[in-house]
Design a protein around this ligand. Sequence first.
Ligand SMILES: [Zn+2]
Length: 315
Amino acid sequence: MKKYARFLSGALTLVLVSSSTSYAWNGRGHMMVAAVAYKKLTQQTKNRVDALLLLNPDRDNWFDLIPEGTSVARQKMMIFMIAATWADRIKSDPDYHTDGTNNGNTPPNDPSASQNIGYDDLARHKYWHFIDLPFTQDNTPLVPIITPNAQTQINAFRAVLASNSPDALKSYDLSWFLHLIGDVHQPLHCTTRVGATQPKGDDGGNGAKLTTSPGNLHSFWDGVIGKGNTPSTALNAISTLPNAPASAANDLDVGHWINESFEAAKQTVYKSPIGAGAGPFTLNQAYKTTARKLAEKRIALAGARLAKILNEELR
Ligand SMILES: [Zn+2]
């Protein structure tokens, strides 16, 4: 990206972040997932992901986020971490356009919605970041699940990463894959609550308002893992994560991960003081503490699963 474009991109990021659109774990959360994973990669897999990420067109800009004097080995880990935020970075990159409707959250009704053509594709595909599984607490009829979504795309990218496809396509797919594995471990990226006053759903908690900043439930969960969106702060933050239990880490079925998130949303996210409807609701300390613990578990698990898939399947 050129300098001016970068400035513009930064300005747009501020606007977007402050208007709290759907971001799915903040940059820190995604970088933590990637950092957990990178530490578990074999040297051979590290070399492979390093080589693939060299082809990401945004990569030169990532070095601005890495402190001077960082060792080469650590730089490579940080590049991998920042790559996990690339699918969010293009949301504010003026070279890319928002496709689909509903601010890009509903896919266009044509084959471009699920095309997998690599970096020539300048569509943001914002509807790839989540899967809205509907549930209700008041017997409102459920809305259908829309495709393509995070599940269809994770499966598509995973298949390419294990195939003999060209590296240029694998680079694009890896960049998306790193990100989407993080996304589907965020409960509100797998859920929409429909109810009497919100029959079409609450957009993964974006429509559940809070009385304090951030102004809605989705943004609260994206940011619950804490502030500090640099690779250095994200790397420091993984030291306090719990270890993912081996049995769960070995479960590489994407449908299971999504179901875990969906169940967590029903059992933990949409609980008192979150009542029915659009709110606004006021979170208490007990809710926030439980949320943080769940987020830490989900991030540790996402990282362990990501590492295992890359070690076992990436060619
Ligand atoms: Zn996302």
